[in-house]
Design a binder for this molecule. Structure first.
Ligand code: 15L
Length: 270
């Protein structure tokens, strides 16, 4: 990898990665729909709207690998998800194919599988259970990744990111926490590992209370350094400030599941 493009440079994860990936590749190119506020003079930034295919094609020209963080990163109405996360994701993969980009690391999310109960341990072979339109867009992105990997020869890694933060901030996050340095490890496996064709990994640190079997990532050498048990006190303090919510507390996706929820199903059966 000589030139690596990262979309979503102005978002929460992008902003952290701008520091953590510094020097990792000879040329890093950062992009977003708007410029990050604190752009350094040594950082190369290209403004682009993911919904504009011609602009995305221009953006990926000459790039070897892409880390695709761009788009809407929370649950929003369909009218907002569609251009940014569905059309934008198609444009990204299609432009990558046309311009012969070698690898894509796609930032998927735990919300692609949010409707699994916390009592279930799942791996990457369980079918998706999105917990909103945002989760649907992440499941779509994983499907696009598989299509472009097997049909067009791209090498694609989808990271089902749990909660990216310095520490886990509540009970749920104890199970899904991802320390920033561990995300960097997963991204570098996706960009550099010679044997990789298409994989889905869980973006989670070493969480004793975790719900996900991440053996796919471990097979590629992932060794998470973050241990959520080391932060249990702060997480329980955060939890004490939250109101009980039977749907959010039952499912892995938390509050994304209880948003607009109007099913009368017996929770314990699903
Ligand atoms: C995500 O996918 C979101 O991008 C982030 O804002 C958090 O809500 C996270 O999931 C989470 O589930 O905690």
């Amino acid at each position: 990898m000589r030139t690596v493009l990262v979309t979503g440079a102005a978002g929460g994860i992008g902003t952290r990665l701008r520091k953590l990936l510094k020097g990792a590749y000879p040329q890093l190119v950062w992009s977003d729909i708007k410029a990050p506020a604190n752009l350094g003079t040594d950082e190369k930034f290209i403004q682009a709207d993911l919904a504009d295919l011609a602009a995305v094609e221009k953006l990926v020209t000459g790039v070897d690998g892409i880390v695709h963080l761009g788009g809407v990163s929370v649950e929003r109405p369909w009218e907002e998800i569609l251009p940014a996360n569905i059309v934008g994701c198609y444009n990204l993969f299609e432009a990558a194919r046309r311009k012969k980009v070698k690898r894509v690391v796609f930032a998927s999310s735990n919300h692609a599988i949010g409707f699994y109960p916390r009592t279930r341990r799942i791996n990457v072979d369980n079918v998706v259970r999105p917990d909103g339109y945002y989760g649907v867009s992440k499941a779509f992105g994983e499907s696009m990744g598989a299509l472009y990997a097997y049909k067009h020869g791209l090498r694609v890694t989808c990271l089902r990111i749990g909660n990216f933060d310095d520490i886990p901030v509540d009970h749920r996050r104890m199970s899904i926490w991802l320390k920033p340095e561990d995300l960097v490890q997963l991204i570098r496996i996706g960009l550099d590992h010679p044997d990789l064709r298409f994989e889905v990994f869980y973006g989670a640190s070493d969480n004793e209370r975790g719900w996900w079997d991440n053996s796919a990532a471990f097979r590629y050498g992932y060794k998470p350094v973050g241990k959520s048990e080391a932060h249990v006190r702060e997480a329980m303090e955060g939890q004490a400030k939250l109101k009980p919510d039977p749907v959010a507390d039952w499912y892995q996706g938390g509050m994304f599941c209880s948003m607009d929820y109007d099913s009368d199903a017996d929770l314990a059966r699903y």
